[in-house]
Design a protein around this ligand. Structure first.
Ligand SMILES: NC(=O)c1ccc[n+]([C@@H]2O[C@H](COP(=O)([O-])OP(=O)(O)OC[C@H]3O[C@@H](n4cnc5c(N)ncnc54)[C@H](OP(=O)(O)O)[C@@H]3O)[C@@H](O)[C@H]2O)c1
Length: 213
């Protein structure tokens, strides 16, 4: 089965943090970032979300911009990409607002036998390469990885991320929450700058493609 295209999408501070020192549900990006985040969602068939990010935020990002919703409708796509939550425990508070959001919810994890309430399906995760191929086989050819850092680190280490879409936000945050966790060892692939755009609010969009292979 073919591998899907995987794009990591994050808003990061100038010092490379994705959350302030206190952690919690981080909102680093402003209006400019919101637009390019929605553009990435409009491109995608599905979004991978780390279990902790979902618990902290309680919801996932939706496309709201009318032109992007119209674009998806014209392409015969559902209004929102499917949300694929990555979790070992598979335990989520059923009261999370996520479960009322208008999208399809899947769960991906190593020890999941059946889908808990609120999820349409539970998919096995034995190897990442196979799991992503299964998603592609189910029609999810374009995936956005919405973080957090732990999940980004796993998929970068596995060399499965094809593109990095970073919004650089004019903040210096300090602290521990780098967008890659400390201790992740990566291959030495280079990245080619594909696109850059100045955004509202002194933000900068950078999109890099992996030069691997
Ligand atoms: N600035 C941004 O753009 C941005 C974007 C996203 C998140 N964030 C911030 O990032 C922080 C959260 O990131 P985080 O690094 O702490 O957590 P995370 O990556 O969102 O989630 C970690 C969780 O993902 C699941 N997981 C990770 N690797 C797995 C694997 N190989 N197999 C199965 N499940 C796996 C586990 O879920 P279970 O615990 O359910 O088992 C794990 O506890 C928050 O502060 C959030 O606001 C910022």
């Amino acid at each position: 089965m073919p591998a899907p295209e995987l794009r990591l999408v994050l808003a990061v501070s100038l010092d490379g943090r994705l959350a302030p020192p206190a952690g919690g549900a981080a909102q680093i990006g402003g209006r400019g970032d919101r637009r390019v985040l929605e553009e990435a969602l409009a491109w995608a068939d599905g979004c991978l979300i780390g279990g902790r990010t979902l618990r902290l935020h309680g919801t996932t990002c939706l496309i709201h911009q009318p032109d992007l919703l119209e674009q998806r409708a014209q392409q015969g796509k559902p209004p929102q990409p499917a949300a694929i939550v990555v979790s070992r425990s598979g335990r989520f508070d059923p009261q999370l607002r996520f479960f009322a959001q208008p999208l399809q919810r899947w769960l991906l994890g190593p020890d999941l036998r059946q889908a808990p309430a609120g999820f349409a399906a539970a998919l096995p995760l034995q190897s990442w390469r196979e799991a992503l191929a299964v998603l592609a086989g189910r029609g999810l050819q374009r995936l956005v990885l919405l973080g957090g850092a732990e999940l980004a680190g796993v998929l970068l280490r596995e060399q499965l991320v094809d593109e990095l879409q970073l919004t650089l936000c004019p903040l210096l945050l300090g602290g521990q929450h780098s967008w890659l966790p400390a201790g992740v060892t990566l291959d030495s692939s280079g990245w080619r700058l594909e696109h850059m755009r100045r955004l509202e609010g002194e933000e900068l969009l950078l999109r890099y493609r992996c030069l691997r292979g």
